[in-house]
Design a protein around this ligand. Structure first.
Ligand code: HEC
Ligand SMILES: [Cu+2]
Length: 403
């Protein structure tokens, strides 16, 4: 028998405590902290949790206290001498005095929890209805959120009309103006995901074929981290996102940039080679508005087809017969984001320089950077053996121009 298997109980407990302590330090800056709300919805959730937790804590102490007290009071000693018949001592084969039922007690411990739960449920329902309510006007900004293995897409409807094509589409980072409630329409293109920005609101499932209403609102400026919270396959743990709340003026400026198409480069332009590598290898999945809407999956020019002419609801942006694009992050303004690939990688280092080597590794061999299954239309393909070093360099140069 190995030494490890004979480790005594206290040593195992020690290891467990050490592991838990390590885990706790790993969550040092608590990016996913429900208890640190940054908006009214998250605040109302906290206002519900705290009193319920206190009530639950009191009940826990009372019940556990009673269990321990009763266990102590009615404990039974075995007599040292079997002939000893003191009350409260029993031999091994003897039953203690049998007690059955106490009507008053039973009524009490039925009524008290019922009343407690009834009170809690009233406040829970009030909070739930409150969280569901949309205060925004019909023509205020709305965002359709589409979950996908393993990243998030955000389709911006600046005029609030989610029945028409979005003004622009971005991925993983949802920029919103501070102090404004932003209604969301949450859906999925493949399996069930769940959208959760703990400092702004609770969770909402993203279910294929359904669109659920939800809202976010931030009352302070900042980047609020989130995580897909419905197990959705291989890279579920790497499916993160951010909501970045900015000043309204900054939001306006950002949106004005995002609606711009990328320029379609011709031979004389710098970056042309990279664009061509992109069109030949990447445009079957990725959209760059103004560039990829001009080619089909075989690279044939479709200059007359506007990407949005074939808009058919949030789930199917582009008719797959024309383009398979729309199943991957829209890259039109890639460099305006801070993170990529389910917000798992940082696009920039602390000095604001592009993490170029990492980005190249991603483009060259994504499945090695993040578990996926591109054969099954889940995630990004590998370009090992497809792109030469020069082509890789060119295409990443080109990505860097997508501001
Ligand atoms: C088979 C479809 C497919 C092809 C082809 C493809 N990609 Fe991707 N790409 C994806 C998917 C899906 C993701 C999202 C993966 C994730 O987040 O896990 C992605 C993510 C990315 C990202 C990160 C974007 C973001 O904002 O998160 C970049 C950059 C990128 N791809 C560049 C490229 C380049 C350059 C090429 C061509 C050399 C290419 N891709 C070819 C499907 C594809
Ligand atoms: Cu998911």
């Amino acid at each position: 028998m190995s030494a490890a298997r004979r480790r005594p109980g206290w040593a195992r407990l020690g290891i467990l405590v050490a592991a838990l302590a390590l885990l706790a330090t790993a969550c040092g800056d608590k990016p996913l902290d429900t208890m640190d709300p940054a908006g009214p919805e998250a605040q109302s959730i906290k206002d519900l949790i705290v009193p319920i937790f206190i009530i639950a804590g009191i009940v826990f102490v009372l019940v556990q206290g009673a269990v321990i007290a009763l266990w102590w009071k009615f404990r039974v000693d075995e007599p040292e001498d079997p002939a000893d018949e003191r009350p409260g001592t029993y031999a091994d084969d003897e039953f203690p005095d049998q007690v059955h039922g106490n009507l008053n007690l039973e009524i009490a411990w039925t009524i008290i929890p019922t009343v407690l739960l009834a009170v809690i449920s009233v406040f829970t329902l009030i909070t739930l209805f409150d969280l569901d309510g949309v205060d925004a006007a019909d023509d205020d900004l709305r965002i359709t959120v589409v979950g996908q293995q393993w990243w998030w897409e955000f389709q911006y409807h600046l005029d609030g009309n989610t029945d028409t094509p979005p003004d622009f589409v971005t991925a993983n980072e949802m920029v919103i103006p501070v102090d404004q409630q932003v209604p969301l329409l949450i859906t999925s293109r493949d399996v069930i995901h769940s959208f959760w920005i703990p400092r702004l609101n609770g969770k909402q499932d993203a279910v294929p074929g359904s669109e659920f209403e939800w809202v976010v609102e931030a009352s302070e400026i900042g980047d609020f981290a989130g995580q897909c919270t419905e197990f959705c396959g291989l890279s579920h743990g790497y499916m993160r996102m951010f909501t970045n709340a900015v000043e309204p003026a900054e939001f306006e400026a950002w949106a004005a940039e995002q609606v711009q198409s990328a320029p379609l480069l011709d031979e004389a332009d710098e970056g042309f080679e990279g664009q061509q590598v992109f069109l030949a290898n990447c445009a079957s999945c990725h959209i760059i508005t103004g560039v990829t809407s001009h080619v089909d999956a075989d690279g044939d020019n479709l200059a007359d087809v506007d990407t949005w002419d074939v808009y058919d609801g949030a789930n199917k942006i582009v008719d797959p017969a024309i383009l398979t694009a729309g199943v991957a992050p829209n890259l039109t303004h890639l460099m305006s984001r801070n993170t990529y690939a389910g917000s798992f990688f940082d696009l920039y280092d602390d000095d604001g320089n592009v993490n170029r080597a990492e980005l190249e590794e991603w483009v060259f061999n994504a499945p090695e950077q993040k578990p996926n299954n591109p054969e099954n239309r889940q995630g990004m393909t590998s370009f090992v053996g497809v792109l030469t070093a020069e082509q890789l360099d060119d295409v990443v140069d080109y990505l860097e121009t997508l501001e």
